[in-house]
Ligand binder design. Structure first.
Ligand code: NDP
Length: 249
Protein backbone atom coordinates (compact mmCIF):
# COMPACT_ATOMS: atom_id res chain seq x y z
CA UNK A 1 0.00 0.00 0.00
CA UNK A 2 1.42 3.41 -0.94
CA UNK A 3 -1.10 5.84 0.53
CA UNK A 4 1.74 8.06 1.73
CA UNK A 5 3.98 8.00 -1.36
CA UNK A 6 5.71 11.38 -1.68
CA UNK A 7 4.72 12.40 1.86
CA UNK A 8 7.13 13.29 4.64
CA UNK A 9 6.30 12.49 8.27
CA UNK A 10 7.77 13.19 11.69
CA UNK A 11 7.08 10.73 14.52
CA UNK A 12 8.10 11.72 18.05
CA UNK A 13 8.71 9.02 20.62
CA UNK A 14 9.75 6.75 17.77
CA UNK A 15 12.29 4.81 19.84
CA UNK A 16 9.72 2.32 21.17
CA UNK A 17 6.10 1.25 21.54
CA UNK A 18 3.38 3.11 19.64
CA UNK A 19 5.80 5.58 18.03
CA UNK A 20 8.03 2.85 16.59
CA UNK A 21 5.00 0.95 15.28
CA UNK A 22 3.64 4.14 13.68
CA UNK A 23 6.96 4.98 12.04
CA UNK A 24 7.19 1.45 10.59
CA UNK A 25 3.63 1.63 9.23
CA UNK A 26 3.95 5.11 7.66
CA UNK A 27 7.24 4.03 6.03
CA UNK A 28 5.67 0.79 4.78
CA UNK A 29 2.92 2.88 3.19
CA UNK A 30 5.42 5.08 1.35
CA UNK A 31 6.23 8.05 3.62
CA UNK A 32 9.75 9.26 4.30
CA UNK A 33 9.88 9.33 8.10
CA UNK A 34 11.92 11.41 10.53
CA UNK A 35 12.30 9.50 13.78
CA UNK A 36 12.65 11.62 16.93
CA UNK A 37 13.33 10.60 20.55
CA UNK A 38 16.06 10.98 23.17
CA UNK A 39 17.59 7.49 22.82
CA UNK A 40 19.58 7.97 19.67
CA UNK A 41 20.76 4.35 19.30
CA UNK A 42 17.18 3.11 19.22
CA UNK A 43 16.01 5.55 16.54
CA UNK A 44 19.18 4.95 14.50
CA UNK A 45 18.50 1.19 14.61
CA UNK A 46 14.88 1.70 13.55
CA UNK A 47 15.95 3.98 10.67
CA UNK A 48 18.29 1.20 9.48
CA UNK A 49 15.53 -1.40 9.80
CA UNK A 50 13.18 0.77 7.70
CA UNK A 51 15.88 1.33 5.08
CA UNK A 52 16.61 -2.43 4.90
CA UNK A 53 12.89 -3.00 4.26
CA UNK A 54 13.06 -0.56 1.33
CA UNK A 55 11.69 2.52 3.12
CA UNK A 56 13.11 5.97 3.79
CA UNK A 57 13.91 7.18 7.31
CA UNK A 58 16.21 9.61 9.11
CA UNK A 59 16.63 10.14 12.81
CA UNK A 60 17.37 13.10 15.04
CA UNK A 61 17.89 13.03 18.79
CA UNK A 62 15.15 15.26 20.20
CA UNK A 63 13.87 16.14 23.64
CA UNK A 64 10.37 17.42 22.89
CA UNK A 65 10.41 19.68 25.96
CA UNK A 66 13.26 21.73 24.46
CA UNK A 67 12.12 24.39 21.97
CA UNK A 68 15.49 24.51 20.17
CA UNK A 69 15.58 20.74 19.70
CA UNK A 70 12.01 20.70 18.43
CA UNK A 71 12.81 23.44 15.90
CA UNK A 72 15.84 21.41 14.76
CA UNK A 73 13.68 18.30 14.40
CA UNK A 74 11.27 20.10 12.08
CA UNK A 75 14.15 21.67 10.14
CA UNK A 76 15.64 18.18 9.73
CA UNK A 77 12.49 16.97 7.95
CA UNK A 78 12.36 19.99 5.64
CA UNK A 79 16.11 20.01 4.88
CA UNK A 80 16.35 16.23 4.36
CA UNK A 81 13.17 15.60 2.39
CA UNK A 82 12.05 19.07 1.26
CA UNK A 83 8.69 19.21 3.03
CA UNK A 84 6.56 18.13 6.00
CA UNK A 85 3.11 16.61 5.47
CA UNK A 86 2.39 14.49 8.54
CA UNK A 87 3.36 14.93 12.18
CA UNK A 88 2.65 12.42 14.93
CA UNK A 89 3.16 13.88 18.40
CA UNK A 90 3.42 10.71 20.41
CA UNK A 91 6.33 11.22 22.86
CA UNK A 92 5.14 10.72 26.42
CA UNK A 93 6.04 9.69 29.94
CA UNK A 94 4.08 8.96 33.10
CA UNK A 95 4.53 5.61 34.79
CA UNK A 96 4.89 6.67 38.42
CA UNK A 97 2.02 6.21 40.88
CA UNK A 98 1.57 8.98 43.47
CA UNK A 99 -1.37 10.11 45.54
CA UNK A 100 -2.16 13.75 44.75
CA UNK A 101 -1.38 14.40 48.43
CA UNK A 102 2.30 13.67 47.97
CA UNK A 103 2.80 14.02 44.24
CA UNK A 104 6.37 15.36 43.90
CA UNK A 105 6.46 18.81 42.27
CA UNK A 106 9.42 17.87 40.09
CA UNK A 107 7.58 14.79 38.75
CA UNK A 108 4.56 16.98 37.94
CA UNK A 109 6.85 19.41 36.08
CA UNK A 110 8.59 16.66 34.08
CA UNK A 111 5.34 15.07 32.98
CA UNK A 112 3.79 18.39 31.90
CA UNK A 113 7.01 19.43 30.15
CA UNK A 114 7.04 16.29 28.01
CA UNK A 115 3.38 15.49 27.45
CA UNK A 116 1.81 18.96 27.32
CA UNK A 117 4.50 21.54 26.60
CA UNK A 118 6.21 19.05 24.28
CA UNK A 119 2.97 18.63 22.35
CA UNK A 120 2.57 22.43 22.11
CA UNK A 121 6.15 23.01 20.91
CA UNK A 122 5.91 20.28 18.29
CA UNK A 123 2.55 21.50 17.03
CA UNK A 124 3.80 25.10 16.79
CA UNK A 125 6.94 24.32 14.81
CA UNK A 126 5.27 21.71 12.60
CA UNK A 127 2.36 24.02 11.74
CA UNK A 128 4.77 26.86 10.95
CA UNK A 129 6.66 24.62 8.50
CA UNK A 130 3.44 23.43 6.86
CA UNK A 131 2.11 26.99 6.57
CA UNK A 132 5.38 28.26 5.12
CA UNK A 133 5.25 25.58 2.43
CA UNK A 134 1.56 26.27 1.78
CA UNK A 135 0.58 22.66 1.07
CA UNK A 136 -1.40 21.81 4.22
CA UNK A 137 -0.85 18.71 6.30
CA UNK A 138 -2.09 16.40 9.02
CA UNK A 139 -1.05 16.58 12.66
CA UNK A 140 -2.00 13.77 15.01
CA UNK A 141 -1.51 14.24 18.73
CA UNK A 142 -1.51 11.23 21.02
CA UNK A 143 -3.63 11.53 24.13
CA UNK A 144 -4.94 8.64 26.19
CA UNK A 145 -8.16 7.29 27.62
CA UNK A 146 -6.90 9.35 30.58
CA UNK A 147 -7.56 12.47 28.47
CA UNK A 148 -11.14 11.96 29.68
CA UNK A 149 -10.87 9.70 32.71
CA UNK A 150 -9.12 10.57 35.94
CA UNK A 151 -7.29 7.76 37.64
CA UNK A 152 -6.17 7.42 41.27
CA UNK A 153 -2.41 7.79 41.56
CA UNK A 154 -2.07 9.32 38.08
CA UNK A 155 -3.13 12.97 38.42
CA UNK A 156 0.00 14.34 36.76
CA UNK A 157 -0.37 12.02 33.78
CA UNK A 158 -4.14 12.57 33.44
CA UNK A 159 -3.75 16.37 33.57
CA UNK A 160 -0.95 16.22 30.98
CA UNK A 161 -3.16 14.17 28.66
CA UNK A 162 -6.25 16.37 29.09
CA UNK A 163 -4.36 19.40 27.77
CA UNK A 164 -3.68 17.95 24.30
CA UNK A 165 -7.44 17.77 23.69
CA UNK A 166 -7.72 21.56 24.04
CA UNK A 167 -4.56 22.03 21.98
CA UNK A 168 -5.98 19.80 19.25
CA UNK A 169 -9.36 21.53 19.00
CA UNK A 170 -7.85 25.03 19.22
CA UNK A 171 -5.18 24.31 16.60
CA UNK A 172 -7.72 22.61 14.36
CA UNK A 173 -9.97 25.69 14.44
CA UNK A 174 -7.02 27.99 13.69
CA UNK A 175 -5.39 25.98 10.95
CA UNK A 176 -8.27 24.37 9.06
CA UNK A 177 -8.57 27.23 6.56
CA UNK A 178 -4.94 26.63 5.52
CA UNK A 179 -5.56 22.92 4.90
CA UNK A 180 -3.98 21.62 8.10
CA UNK A 181 -5.98 18.99 9.96
CA UNK A 182 -5.28 18.38 13.66
CA UNK A 183 -6.70 15.34 15.44
CA UNK A 184 -6.15 13.39 18.65
CA UNK A 185 -5.78 9.63 19.01
CA UNK A 186 -6.56 8.31 22.48
CA UNK A 187 -5.19 4.81 23.08
CA UNK A 188 -6.38 2.51 25.81
CA UNK A 189 -3.97 0.14 27.54
CA UNK A 190 -1.45 -0.94 24.91
CA UNK A 191 1.37 -3.46 25.09
CA UNK A 192 4.44 -1.19 25.20
CA UNK A 193 7.40 -0.60 27.53
CA UNK A 194 5.42 2.22 29.20
CA UNK A 195 2.60 -0.16 29.93
CA UNK A 196 4.95 -2.82 31.36
CA UNK A 197 6.42 -0.27 33.74
CA UNK A 198 2.94 0.82 34.90
CA UNK A 199 1.99 -2.83 35.39
CA UNK A 200 5.08 -3.38 37.53
CA UNK A 201 4.25 -0.29 39.62
CA UNK A 202 0.55 -1.13 40.08
CA UNK A 203 0.78 -4.90 40.50
CA UNK A 204 -0.92 -7.76 38.59
CA UNK A 205 -4.39 -7.33 40.10
CA UNK A 206 -4.77 -3.75 38.88
CA UNK A 207 -3.58 -4.94 35.46
CA UNK A 208 -6.25 -7.65 35.28
CA UNK A 209 -8.79 -4.97 36.27
CA UNK A 210 -7.71 -2.78 33.35
CA UNK A 211 -8.18 -5.65 30.91
CA UNK A 212 -11.56 -6.56 32.39
CA UNK A 213 -12.80 -2.99 31.86
CA UNK A 214 -12.43 -3.26 28.07
CA UNK A 215 -15.22 -4.73 25.94
CA UNK A 216 -12.68 -6.94 24.19
CA UNK A 217 -11.09 -8.12 27.48
CA UNK A 218 -7.60 -7.50 26.17
CA UNK A 219 -4.95 -4.85 25.82
CA UNK A 220 -4.00 -3.34 22.49
CA UNK A 221 -1.08 -4.01 20.20
CA UNK A 222 0.96 -0.92 19.21
CA UNK A 223 0.26 -1.74 15.55
CA UNK A 224 -3.48 -1.28 16.20
CA UNK A 225 -2.89 2.24 17.50
CA UNK A 226 -0.57 2.92 14.57
CA UNK A 227 -3.38 2.05 12.15
CA UNK A 228 -5.73 4.55 13.84
CA UNK A 229 -3.02 7.23 13.55
CA UNK A 230 -2.36 6.33 9.90
CA UNK A 231 -6.06 6.65 9.12
CA UNK A 232 -6.17 10.22 10.47
CA UNK A 233 -2.95 11.03 8.61
CA UNK A 234 -4.39 9.80 5.31
CA UNK A 235 -6.59 11.44 2.70
CA UNK A 236 -9.32 8.99 3.78
CA UNK A 237 -9.77 11.38 6.73
CA UNK A 238 -9.89 14.53 4.58
CA UNK A 239 -13.11 15.83 6.23
CA UNK A 240 -12.02 14.99 9.77
CA UNK A 241 -10.36 17.62 11.94
CA UNK A 242 -10.50 18.69 15.57
CA UNK A 243 -11.78 15.31 16.63
CA UNK A 244 -10.73 12.43 18.86
CA UNK A 245 -10.39 8.82 17.83
CA UNK A 246 -10.35 6.53 20.85
CA UNK A 247 -8.73 3.13 20.27
CA UNK A 248 -9.21 1.18 23.48
CA UNK A 249 -10.93 -2.13 22.72
P1 NDP B 1 6.92 3.99 25.37
O1 NDP B 1 7.51 4.24 26.71
O2 NDP B 1 7.19 2.72 24.66
O3 NDP B 1 7.29 5.19 24.38
C1 NDP B 1 7.37 6.52 24.80
C2 NDP B 1 8.21 7.24 23.79
O4 NDP B 1 8.28 8.62 24.15
C3 NDP B 1 9.62 6.71 23.71
O5 NDP B 1 9.98 6.58 22.36
C4 NDP B 1 10.43 7.77 24.40
O6 NDP B 1 11.71 7.83 23.81
C5 NDP B 1 9.63 9.01 24.05
N1 NDP B 1 9.90 10.15 24.92
C6 NDP B 1 9.70 10.25 26.25
N2 NDP B 1 10.09 11.46 26.70
C7 NDP B 1 10.55 12.14 25.62
C8 NDP B 1 11.09 13.43 25.43
N3 NDP B 1 11.24 14.31 26.45
N4 NDP B 1 11.45 13.80 24.19
C9 NDP B 1 11.31 12.95 23.15
N5 NDP B 1 10.80 11.71 23.27
C10 NDP B 1 10.42 11.32 24.49
O7 NDP B 1 5.36 4.19 25.57
P2 NDP B 1 4.10 4.11 24.59
O8 NDP B 1 4.47 3.71 23.23
O9 NDP B 1 3.09 3.34 25.33
O10 NDP B 1 3.63 5.63 24.63
C11 NDP B 1 3.45 6.43 23.48
C12 NDP B 1 2.36 7.44 23.75
O11 NDP B 1 1.13 6.74 23.93
C13 NDP B 1 2.59 8.26 25.03
O12 NDP B 1 2.23 9.60 24.78
C14 NDP B 1 1.63 7.62 26.02
O13 NDP B 1 1.22 8.54 27.01
C15 NDP B 1 0.49 7.22 25.10
N6 NDP B 1 -0.38 6.18 25.66
C16 NDP B 1 0.11 4.92 25.92
C17 NDP B 1 -0.73 3.97 26.46
C18 NDP B 1 -0.27 2.57 26.80
O14 NDP B 1 -1.02 1.82 27.45
N7 NDP B 1 0.89 2.15 26.34
C19 NDP B 1 -2.16 4.26 26.74
C20 NDP B 1 -2.54 5.61 26.41
C21 NDP B 1 -1.67 6.52 25.88
P3 NDP B 1 13.07 8.20 24.55
O15 NDP B 1 13.01 7.62 25.93
O16 NDP B 1 14.09 7.59 23.65
O17 NDP B 1 13.11 9.69 24.53
Amino acid sequence: MTAFAGKVAIVTGASSGIGAATARLLAERGAAVVLAARREEAIAALAEEIARAGGRASHIRTDVSDAGEVAAMVACAVETYGRLDIAVNNAGIGTQVHSILDLPDDYWDRVQATNLKGNFLCLKHQARAMLAAGHGGAIINVGSVNTFLGCPGAAAYCASKAGPLALTTSASAELAAQGIRVNLVCPGVTDTPMHHEIKANLGPEAFEGMKAQTHQRRIGDPAEIARAIAFLASDEASFITGTTLTADG
